[in-house]
Design a protein around this ligand. Structure first.
Ligand code: NAD
Length: 315
């Protein structure tokens, strides 16, 4: 496929930012990738390292730049922020990363002309809400990766449990990208067949204890990886490729990402993940499906927790 004007700026050239640049390059999703970091030398080193394999495959140009390169971008990806330390929750980073986000937004605002903005830094729901407020763009233009990675992890676990490939598992995790996330079990399907029916057909156990085991594994997966290697970055970089494909190539997709909600499930003025239609302008719509009573209640709890966090910080 011919590459047109697919300019992507990545703010923050740490583990996550450079893994995203690398993944975008391998998938040939961007024409021009610019890494922006307060540590310019690091951004330069990462850009050179990524660029050096392109002679054999791929066509993207990758370079280090500054905030002025954020003008005329199709997509801006924000990964600036410190990482979770062992034993921390994502919300424990809120004040530190809010400060960083404040400096990012004040510079970005001066140069932003167009394009979708994806927030990745954690706590992603709070920071997405914050950047959306500060940028003042149409709703959906700023969105966060939210529960896309959690959903991807759950799909992986369900594929392992059923012995099927990931493509046939259809499910979503919604709400906070954190401890109050909600797996929407009531809508889980295998190639369109409700999970209960599928498991009955093939004689597989499907009860609260199986669900609880899968849920707790997925919910703690991020901290398990941080315990093992200090950080996570490949998983989110791969997920961002599918979002970038939707934005840059107008290949509309649906993923559980976070945006400030506008009345969905009676929730306003807080960013949470719902399955969302993603295209050139970012999140173009959100899907409101029938949830079970428990799932609905759990989503309200997620919303309350995020609102309390927003109220406790200075925005
Ligand atoms: P990192 O420390 O490796 O990289 C962060 C980079 O941001 C550094 O290079 C730093 O110099 C840069 N930076 C700091 N302030 C900046 C500013 N004002 N402008 C430009 N650059 C700035 O951390 P990482 O492992 O890449 O993680 C980045 C963030 O992504 C963390 O907040 C982490 O929690 C988050 N994360 C989110 C997900 C998700 O699913 N949403 C997954 C993994 C990591």
């Amino acid at each position: 496929m011919e590459i047109h004007n697919r300019k992507v700026a990545i703010i923050g050239a740490g583990f996550v930012g450079s893994s995203i640049a690398y993944a975008l390059t391998l998938k040939n999703l961007a024409n021009e990738i610019i890494l922006v970091d307060i540590d310019k030398k690091k951004a330069e080193g990462e850009a050179l390292d990524i660029q050096h394999g392109i002679s054999y495959m791929g066509r993207s140009s990758v370079r280090a730049g500054d905030y002025s390169d954020c003008s005329d971008c199709d997509l801006i990806v924000v990964t600036a922020g410190r990482n979770r330390r062992k034993g921390e929750t994502r919300l424990d980073m809120v004040q530190d990363n809010l400060k960083i986000m404040d400096s990012v937004v004040s510079k970005l605002k001066k140069h932003y002309t167009r394009g979708a903005i994806i927030i990745i830094s954690n706590p992603v729901d709070i920071l997405t809400y914050y950047v959306d407020k500060k940028m003042g763009l149409p709703n959906g233009r700023v969105f966060g990766t939210g529960c896309i990675l959690d959903t991807s992890r759950l799909i992986r676990e369900l594929a392992n449990y059923t012995g099927l490939s990931t493509e046939v598992v259809k499910c979503n995790i919604i709400g906070e990208h954190g401890d109050t996330q909600i797996p929407v079990w009531s809508r889980l399907a295998i190639a369109g067949v409700p999970m209960d029916e599928y498991c009955q057909n093939v004689g597989l156990r499907w009860d609260d204890s199986v669900r609880e085991q899968l849920y707790s594994k997925v919910k703690t997966m991020g901290s398990t990886i941080i315990e093992d290697k200090g950080r996570t970055h490949y998983g989110i970089a791969t997920c961002v490729c599918s979002l970038a494909d939707a934005v840059l190539n107008q290949r509309l997709t649906i993923a559980s990402v976070t945006t400030p909600l506008t009345g969905q499930y009676n929730i306003n003025d807080v960013a949470l993940s719902l399955p969302s239609i993603i295209g050139v302008n970012g999140v173009e719509n959100r899907l409101v499906e029938y949830l079970s009573n428990d799932e609905y209640k759990a989503l309200q709890i997620s919303s309350k927790k995020m609102k309390e966090t927003i109220a406790s910080i200075k925005i």
